[in-house]
Design a protein around this ligand. Structure first.
Ligand SMILES: NC(=O)c1ccc[n+]([C@@H]2O[C@H](COP(=O)([O-])OP(=O)(O)OC[C@H]3O[C@@H](n4cnc5c(N)ncnc54)[C@H](O)[C@@H]3O)[C@@H](O)[C@H]2O)c1
Length: 384
């Protein structure tokens, strides 16, 4: 049995996503399971090195996780041919120069979203990678969530008939940090424009690939952003002004006449099935798609409501929905995409979630912001 080592530079992974989803639940989980066994003869084994600016944080994370290698010398690591992949989960505002350097060093690129702050920059990165002939990918984790996979199965089986509309509800209450026992659970840069914060920038990247892959290609967008909470407390206990949107209300027209509308908010208290739900109505059936679960109501089980607000409604509207069962264990969504990426790197298997695909998400966010600023619908041009 050959064990093929894959050197991976993991940059900016002392943060929330980098530590939890990418290092612990993906790369270290792959190592713990004995690598990716691709045949009786070959196992792919990740070998990470942690890079970043803050030696103390890197050392602490390495110590906590048992990763042996870490350094603040990114340039030196990029020059080391022992590492063939550069992964970035640093803050959005810092990403482009890191990826540019890694492309110049001939590394394969894997990146968190958004890949850049503007679509022009995102497309430029994709082009640079293509011209340099380096393999590349962007995190599009939601596609491997059990709830969304159940939706795709239902769609493939023709459950919905014609899909008519999709209503997404996303978000939860993010504490402002002003009360001692209720600290903020998201970083302060999320509410600062210059650091790449804002709900539209954050979430429209996701909705682009979710909608394109599940419901039909997005053709135009109408988006309203809002900063409902103007002041929060940062990591050092200082009050700061939130100068970017903490919520957005976006409608998308799709190629197949499907209408998709997503409400996204860090200022809402949850009373629904999950932190993300997508209510999909079709001519023959409907589904509520959560992160892990999916509930369905076919035509035959659809109750017939009559409007009468003078009495409590006699129908229990939750009673006629059924939960789609799990079909086997579902692995972590980030880990599944990592495994596909590593197979792409070593075995040359197809991997379509590239920097160019990721740029489409940046484009949708940019046009969402433009729609908000101009108070109008905007058509989405093909990306050059
Ligand atoms: N795929 C998803 O579902 C998802 C969810 C949340 C965030 N994200 C993306 O992941 C990225 C990180 O978000 P987060 O929530 O983990 O933020 P975070 O603030 O917790 O982490 C950011 C990390 O980048 C590091 N960093 C900042 N500047 C750096 C620099 N100049 N050099 C090296 N490291 C630097 C920070 O020290 C920290 O480790 C963002 O781009 C965000 O959009 C993706």
């Amino acid at each position: 049995m050959e064990v093929r080592r894959i050197g991976i530079i993991m940059n900016g992974v002392t943060g929330r996503m980098g530590t939890n989803q990418h290092l612990k639940r993906s790369i270290l989980a792959i190592i713990a399971q004995g690598g990716i066994r691709v045949s009786d003869q070959l196992v792919l084994m990740p070998d990470p090195i942690l890079t970043g600016r803050n030696a103390a944080k890197l050392q602490a994370l390495a110590h906590e996780t048992g990763v042996e290698k870490w350094t603040t010398d990114l340039d030196g690591t990029l020059a080391d041919s022992d590492y063939e992949i550069f992964f970035d989960a640093s803050g959005t505002a810092y990403r482009v120069p890191f990826i540019e350097k890694a492309i110049a060093a001939g590394k394969a690129i894997y990146s968190e979203k958004p890949t850049a702050m503007t679509s022009q920059e995102a497309v430029r990165l994709a082009t640079l990678a293509e011209q340099a002939g380096v393999k590349n990918g962007v995190v599009q984790d939601k596609l491997w969530l059990p709830g969304l996979r159940k939706f795709l199965m239902l769609k493939d089986q023709g459950f919905f008939g014609d899909i008519l509309s999709v209503r997404g509800e996303f978000g939860y209450w993010v504490f402002t940090g002003e009360h001692l026992d209720q600290p903020a659970q998201r970083p302060s840069w999320n509410y600062r424009k210059v650091e790449g914060g804002g709900m539209i920038v954050d979430m429209l990247c996701h909705w682009r690939y979710v909608i394109d892959n599940l419901f039909g290609a997005v053709q135009s967008v109408s988006c309203l952003g809002a900063t409902h909470i103007p002041q929060r407390i940062d990591e050092s206990g200082q009050a700061y002004a939130c100068d970017t949107d903490d919520s957005c209300y976006a409608t998308f027209a799709l190629e197949n006449d499907v209408v998709a509308h997503f409400n996204c908010s860090w200022c809402t208290r949850v009373r629904r099935d999950d932190l993300l739900t997508m209510h999909v109505d079709g001519s023959k059936g409907s589904a509520v798609v959560g992160l892990r679960k999916c509930w369905v109501q076919p035509q035959a089980m659809t109750p017939k409501p009559v409007w009468n607000p003078d009495i409590d409604n006699p129908i229990d509207f939750f009673a006629n929905w059924q939960e789609v069962p799990d079909f086997g264990p579902y692995d972590n969504a980030f880990k599944i995409q990592w495994e596909l990426f590593l197979r792409h790197i070593i075995l040359d298997e197809p991997f379509r979630w590239t920097l160019r695909e990721g740029a489409k998400g940046v484009q949708l966010a940019e046009l969402g912001l433009e729609s908000w600023a101009q108070r109008r619908w905007i058509d989405i041009p093909a990306l050059g």
